[in-house]
Design a protein around this ligand. Structure first.
Ligand code: FHN
Length: 674
């Protein structure tokens, strides 16, 4: 008996150790994750001293929670915000009720952001709500109580990076971790019992994977069922958020973007409603409720969670635009609960850009349409079982359907009037259908980016590798169908054209829709490097359309490339004399955007063999450099038809940057040729 008992203890301990080192590599069977996987939708709250300046400092108004760093505010200056932080309008019950009614089942609030200020009466240090502000109340305790009342799981964001603590430096990071970081984490767990610890700021050079993995194991010993994100250690692949190695963490953390594929791992996209995490009083660039609901659908169809952010102001008020959106989202989730909770990915998550699939525990396939489909909805990857009812979620309709030449046609109810921009959902039992291979429009580079810049008459080739496939296309952006023209020869074009094409292979469903946008620019530019999905602007034409990007809201008019060099070729159409080429770049240290370190320019007459002409170099980024646009003029004084530019990115954030080692962004805008 004794031996058996000892053996059991050893086995239990071993299995316990194993799960303590849970890496993100694949979805663990760990039941600890069940509530989180079921929850799907959470509220992120960025709140702290940065709400006092509300994004403004020295006349600039584009700051957020990074204001101390981006506006280079000395610690003693920034500490003066503490006695001004007195959020007397704060009402934890109202906040949590609003979140729950939006359909959110957990809440993650910044216990301590990078500025080091603590939103709870910590026994460690004085830089906290009780000892440094007139407010003194325990914000976290009030929220934890409200969360319990409404059945919302209380969770905490905690920054490893700390701009306030004097021991956060290479030499004393061990002391900072043992004497401050861990005692505060233990305090937070014991006082507030968070369901998730959401780490951030792990990119600093003072933190490494060994420290992160050890912290993960240490925390799991204190609270075995605690869930911890992958920013506790150093496995994250930049803003894409998933682990690229075996570093600890229970879920990946894509930020401001949604995975484009189905990963075999737990993940959660965090996103702002406007462009700032922390309160910014001038930022009214709000995503629509429709887009936010579609983001939620897009995420859950790929098995992820959606953590949507609010940035309350310094009085404790949630911006009205955020409240409106949360209430409108709640109106939708209330009638679509079965389409969000308790679902799993189906074998394919999409059918084009405006249809998503998922499946529920009853074995029905859910079909999500971004917009009201009109008389009928056409789907391709799912064929309902014979006689199977097609339900409309939240309504009491059973819809008829038939096999059409463009896919399965589901007939919408005659007398149902969907609201403008309403996501509609259907459910039925059925089987996956193999579909034809999508055609390629333009050359490989163009079909990868989805754009082609033209300066005049052009001919566009549509091709497919699948034999006896029929290609049908449209030129006005509408979806091709079985009545659209058949592709027979290259398509002539001489102006902005939105080409869409579908392939029809015998015995298969029509292919997914391929698109290529032809945009008329000053120069025929072939961008050989794919930009980040969320910084594509108008496509390559953005670089040659004469429109300057907006330095404040750099999502407008810039192309962003994360952690890679950029290559582009301009075709002048004929050999021309060229005095110089000018390229403009953006620098914004706070957003990890850096100038290039070099730009090499080559020329050619035939577009294949290029002769190096000039290179402009620049030392690696310097923290004292100003943010904003910089134009690089590179003299050529030559005659040629083609100009190739190879732009060498900073690639990684420099050692002095908080993002040290993290991927650096390169933002490009206008390229002009003189
Ligand atoms: O630097 C932080 C930022 O302030 C914000 O907290 C986001 C939200 O996850 N995380 C970091 C940027 O990646």
């Amino acid at each position: 008996m004794q031996l058996f008992k000892r053996l059991t203890i050893v086995l239990l301990f071993t299995s316990h150790l194993f799960c303590l080192n849970n890496a993100l590599a694949q979805k663990s069977e760990d039941s600890r994750m069940d509530w989180w996987r079921e929850a799907k939708f959470g509220l992120f709250v960025h709140w702290g001293l940065y709400a006092v300046p509300a994004g403004e400092y020295n006349g600039k108004t584009n700051y957020g929670e990074w204001i101390m760093q981006e506006a280079s505010i000395p610690v003693q200056e920034y500490e003066k915000f503490a006695p001004q932080f007195n959020p007397t309008q704060f009402d934890a019950d109202a906040w949590v009720k609003l979140a729950r009614e939006a359909g959110m089942k957990y809440l993650v609030i910044t216990s301590k952001h990078h500025d080091g200020f603590c939103l709870w009466p910590s026994a460690f240090g004085k830089y906290n709500i009780e000892k440094s502000t007139p407010f003194k109340r325990d914000i976290l305790a009030e929220l934890a109580v409200a969360c319990k009342k409404y059945g919302v799981v209380f969770c905490l964001y905690h920054s490893i990076m700390d701009w306030h603590h004097p021991q956060q430096n290479k030499a004393e990071m061990g002391l900072y971790t043992e004497n401050y970081l861990k005692p505060q984490l233990r305090e937070l767990i014991e006082k507030y019992d968070p369901g998730v610890l959401w780490f951030d700021g792990e990119w600093i050079e003072e933190w490494d994977q060994k420290m992160g993995d050890e912290l993960y194991a240490w925390l799991r010993k204190i609270k075995p069922n605690l869930i911890i994100n992958n920013r506790v250690s150093k496995g994250r692949n930049g803003m894409q958020g998933m682990n690229k190695n075996n570093a600890a963490g229970d879920f990946g953390t894509p930020e401001q973007e949604i995975l484009e594929e189905l990963p075999n791992a737990d993940w959660e996209t965090c996103m702002t409603m406007n462009n700032h995490w922390g309160y910014n009083k001038t930022d009214n660039d709000w995503k629509s409720t429709h887009q936010l609901i579609w983001n939620l659908v897009d995420v859950v169809s790929k098995g992820g969670n959606y953590l949507l952010n609010i940035g309350p102001d310094a009085t404790g008020i949630i911006p009205p635009a955020s409240v409106t959106r949360l209430k409108q989202i709640g109106q939708w989730t209330k009638t679509h609960e079965e389409a969000i909770y308790g679902i799993e990915p189906w074998r394919s998550f999409n059918d084009g850009e405006n249809i998503r699939y998922a499946q529920n525990k009853a074995g029905e396939v859910l079909i999500y349409a971004k917009h009201w489909p009109g008389k009928k909805l056409i789907i391709r990857k799912l064929k309902p079982n014979k006689g199977a009812a097609i339900r409309m979620i939240g309504q009491s309709y059973n819809l008829s359907w038939k096999q059409g030449t463009d896919g399965i046609e589901i007939n919408m109810p005659e007398n149902f009037k969907a609201k403008e921009n309403e996501v509609v959902v259907f459910a039925t039992k059925g089987e996956f259908q193999p579909i034809s291979k999508s055609p390629q429009i333009g050359n490989a580079a163009e079909s990868a980016t989805g754009f082609k810049v033209i300066t005049g008459p052009a001919k566009v080739v549509i091709s497919t590798s699948s034999k006896n496939a029929l290609i049908r296309y449209t030129l006005n952006g509408s979806n091709p169908n079985s009545h659209s023209p058949v592709y027979k020869q290259p398509i002539p074009a001489n102006t902005n054209t939105n080409i869409k094409a579908v392939a029809y292979e015998p015995g298969k469903m029509p292919s997914e829709i391929s698109t290529l946008k032809l945009v008329k620019g000053k120069y025929a530019l072939n961008l050989l490097t794919k930009p980040a999905a969320q910084y594509t602007a108008l496509g390559p034409v953005t670089l040659v359309d004469g429109e300057m990007g907006n330095n404040e809201n750099f999502r407008k008019g810039w192309m962003g490339f994360e952690g890679k060099d950029v290559e582009a070729i301009i075709d002048l159409g004929a050999a021309r004399s060229i005095s110089k080429v000018s390229l403009s770049f953006l620098q914004n240290h706070g957003q990890w955007i850096f100038l290039p370190i070099a730009c090499e320019v080559l020329v050619s007459d035939n577009g294949t063999t290029f002769k190096p002409m000039a290179t402009k170099k620049k030392a690696a980024a310097d923290k004292m450099e100003n943010d904003g646009r910089e134009v690089w003029d590179i003299a050529l004084n030559t005659k040629a038809r083609y100009i190739k530019m190879i732009v060498a990115s900073q690639l990684r954030c420099p050692a002095w940057h908080p993002g040290d080692g993290g991927k650096a962004w390169l933002f490009m805008d206008e390229i002009t040729v003189k």
